[in-house]
Design a protein around this ligand. Structure first.
Ligand code: B16
Ligand code: MG
Length: 217
């Protein structure tokens, strides 16, 4: 059977969370807000605009729209500077074999990401051609846990939501897949992602027999 395999980007295909962290930390420190790795967890899967609001809430800061717009630009410029040297080596372990296997099995593949920088990241890491559809932060108006991003992806792949399988590292993303009536696969920590239907520490733990099961379901 033909399914739709939808991949989140940050935290699933590449570990860009570390670069988001560095860039947000600069903004936060400038505002005298303490910004830790735990805080960074709150931003996973969350849009850029919402991320800034969360950081400002942490510091109890009320800012003007003008200031917020300025910080959003600064954050993204700084973030992009970390991506300049990005290449295939930044693809997380086990991802390429899974993509290759799904291609071999002629399964449609889509990206479903909140990031507005998704396309350049896929291009730099050399995997743009694997994707039959790309839905990113430029295409959606409702952020995860709203299932919009994944529903559009499934639609572009001509697949019903219940035949779509979503790989996600964020709680909001897992919830989005569940709300969208899709199969949710959490990539990361079992305790954090306990709402997912299946959880794997990373892609090296996903065997082809498991992918076959999903395809046949
Ligand atoms: P950008 P994903 C999300 O990507 C990240 O998890 C989140 O931390 C980030 O704020 C968001 O993209 C927006 O990214 O600033 O590049 O538009 O996990 O949905 O692929
Ligand atoms: Mg993610």
């Amino acid at each position: 059977k033909v399914k739709a395999f939808i991949f989140d980007l940050d935290g699933v295909i590449v570990d860009t969370a570390k670069y988001h962290f560095l860039a947000w930390k600069k903004i936060a420190n400038k505002l005298n807000i303490d910004f830790t790795h735990e805080h960074n967890e709150l931003l996973k899967g969350v849009s850029r605009v919402r991320s800034l609001d969360i950081i400002l809430e942490l510091g109890n800061i009320n800012a003007s729209q003008e200031d917020k717009d300025k910080w959003l630009v600064q954050k993204n410029e700084d973030y992009l500077s970390y991506l300049v040297d990005m290449d295939q080596s930044e693809i997380l372990p086990g991802v390429l074999p899974v993509l290759d296997y799904l291609k071999l099995k002629k399964q449609p593949i889509a990206l479903g990401s909140a990031s507005k920088n998704a396309r350049p990241i896929l291009a730099k890491t050399g995997i743009l051609d694997y994707f039959d559809a790309i839905v990113d932060g430029n295409d959606v108006s409702n952020a995860k846990p709203d299932p919009e991003v994944f529903l559009i992806a499934a639609q572009l792949l001509h697949t019903a939501p219940q035949d779509a399988i979503v790989f996600e590292d964020s709680v909001a993303g897992v919830q989005a897949a569940n709300i969208g009536n899709m199969t949710s696969i959490g990539i990361g920590d079992t305790a954090t992602l306990n709402e997912a239907q299946f959880i794997f520490k990373d892609f090296t733990h996903i065997e082809t027999s498991f992918l076959d099961q999903l395809i046949q379901k």
